[in-house]
Ligand binder design. Sequence first.
Ligand code: K1U
Ligand code: ZN
Length: 168
Amino acid sequence: MALLPILSYPDPRLHTVAQAVQAVDDRIRALIADMLETMYESNGIGLAATQVNIHERLIVIDVSEERNQPMVLINPEVLWQSPERVRGDEGCLSVPGIYDGIERARAVKIQAQDGEGQLRTIEAEDLLAVCIQHEMDHLMGKVFVEYLSPLKRNRIKTKMLKAQRAER
Ligand code: K1U
Ligand code: ZN
């Protein structure tokens, strides 16, 4: 297993639209293991393949307190989303240190393949539903700061670029 480098906003590669995973084979199983390790090591509750510069429709999630309920979503598609919406603070491993309120559907029903390639239907609410929507946005090349005002987004962009320059 290996820790994977996570792309940082405003890296343009974060705006790539991911392609369907064609087969759940050894390469995808190794990528799942590396993404789970990277998510746990970074204290994240989710990670999309886009964030590790792999542009395929693959997400890992674990919203459990004990950090022992990994979920793998391959080629996820939304079947239904609740008209009821909730607003909550979101963070992103690609935008470290930035948290802001985002409105999302409170519940979603999705279909996705699991780590064995089996097609599953998943009904999710609250934090899991929000996390699924956040990660599916990544697969579409969308980062949560794009829901914020242009003023806030530009401030975040400037802050991130400054931090990245200081790191070099
Ligand atoms: O996509 C990512 O970068 C992972 C992201 C997922 C996420 C967090 C909060 C709301 C929606 C989606 C994170 O895990 S950021 C880590 C974090 O700050 C956090 C951890 C636990 C609960 C809430 C936030
Ligand atoms: Zn994110």
